[in-house]
Design a protein around this ligand. Structure first.
Ligand SMILES: [Fe+2]
Length: 185
């Protein structure tokens, strides 16, 4: 039997990314942004009021996810913010406190613009298997992987539990990596 699994939902949204990008660019050029997990990159304040169409599109997808994992929760999108990572910018490992579900939507950026890394949530995993006598992985899978990498792709939406530690690799391109993140309670 498999126990304690973690479901990640991947969807592709039909959204005008050029329009989203120009909206984010406009905010980016007028606001200093805030400092959270972003290292070098820019992160907006909560811009939920400016992204009502986006919120309407993600809600049914999160509802599907919650149904799939058999939870009953009133979905309330509490925070939506934009991220712009330029060359070498990255996001340190973190999770989202005071939130149930978190998502990332990719607006712009090439495949090499920085993977989203989802870290193995078993607290003692690295300590026991990868600290002493090294365990050698034959084929990476859900039982033996330290991280799962998700490459950026405009239109892709990823939803995961807010307790899951995640980070973003450095942007290795000269183009912006633009994404929208959100928290749902
Ligand atoms: Fe995050």
């Amino acid at each position: 039997m498999d126990i304690f699994a973690c479901k990640i939902k991947e969807s592709h949204l039909d959204i005008d990314n050029d329009k989203l990008y120009s909206l984010i660019s406009n905010i980016y050029s007028h606001h200093a942004g805030r400092s959270e997990s972003n290292k070098g990159g820019w992160q907006s304040e909560n811009i939920i009021s400016k992204l009502t169409d986006f919120v309407d599109k993600i809600k049914p997808i999160v509802k599907e996810y919650v149904d799939e994992i058999k939870l009953n929760i009133e979905l309330d999108v509490t925070q939506v913010w934009a991220n712009v990572n330029k060359y070498k910018d990255y996001n340190a490992q973190h999770f989202h406190l005071q939130s149930n579900f978190t998502g990332v939507y990719f607006v712009k950026g090439k495949k090499e613009a920085g993977n989203l890394l989802l870290h193995n949530p078993f607290t003692n995993f690295n300590y026991c298997w990868f600290n002493g006598k090294l365990v050698k992985i034959i084929t990476p899978n859900q039982y033996n992987s330290q991280v799962v990498k998700i490459y950026p792709q405009p239109g892709k939406l990823i939803v995961f539990p807010s307790w899951l530690q995640h980070s973003v690799e450095p942007n290795l391109t000269n183009e912006e990596r633009v994404s929208i993140s959100f928290d749902i309670n």
